[in-house]
Design a binder for this molecule. Sequence first.
Ligand code: UDP
Ligand code: MG
Length: 309
Amino acid sequence: MKLLSVIVPCYNEEENIRDFYDELFKNTLFFQEKEIEVEVLYIDDGSKDRTVQEVKKLRAEDERVHLVSFSRNFGKEAAIYAGLQKAKGDLVVLMDADLQDPPSLLPEMYTYIENGYDSVATRRVTRKGEPAIRSFFARMFYRIMNKISRTEIVDGARDYRLMTRQVVDAILAMTEYNRFTKGIFGWVGYETKWLEYENIERRKGETKWSFWKLFAYSLEGITAFSTVPLTIASVIGILFCVLAFVMIVVTIVRKVCFGDPTSGWPSLVCIIMLVSGVQLFCLGIVGQYLSKTYMEVKKRPIYLVKEDI
Ligand code: UDP
Ligand code: MG
């Protein structure tokens, strides 16, 4: 018998735990025919509601349900990593608890694995039901990201992904602290089949991602998978040096050949403001990378387990 592990990161999802369970097992009868067992790992990311109790209730009814709960909220990336570490399956799939990742796609995804793909990923082609401004910034992010990073990061890609053991082990080998999973998937490579579907709105509860949380996350993605901003800082520095040199020559020539005195401190103030602004901006970029390096060097654990059932 083979095993399929379903990893579900949950943060305050008490209303969705049972719905997800019902929906999942309704759609996995297909796997029984294929002689594949299914297990569910709910990774509780330090929920403050009754998520843990809900999972324990399910566990009492069904041995195929597992629970790993964290000592506090470590973020979805940490939950994914924990899930991948705990999963014993020959096949592993990542899914959200809010049923935005339809379990009905699983049989189709599996047929691609059977046909030799190493992983089957999904992307949503519409962003229906999402604020327009968020969609706009999301598009911008993917466009910039793909220009400045060699790792391919697919627009609209979800974390909903079915993987073979080989791919899971490759992802686990990346032990970095700042985890940007979308980039990590692209980085490890392997033969990936992309399935597309229309956005589905969250079943119950509300999203855990505010605009600013997403914004910070996008910066994380950029620093984790590109060093182009550092190059930009250097290029701006060189440009300003060249500009300054030209201005010095012009000023001297004007004074020596035409006797023009260089007038005005307003222009000077403007230049000082501009250049110090640029300097602070570039220093900020360097600081971003330094802070990430600082966190990596500390080698803190990515998550801490409170309960493992
Ligand atoms: N999630 C998590 N930790 C967090 C935030 C979210 O484990 O700190 C889980 C959440 O419970 C859900 C999934 O990540 O299963 C996706 O979150 P959400 O639906 O809020 O994000 P969205 O679909 O709106 O991008
Ligand atoms: Mg969601």
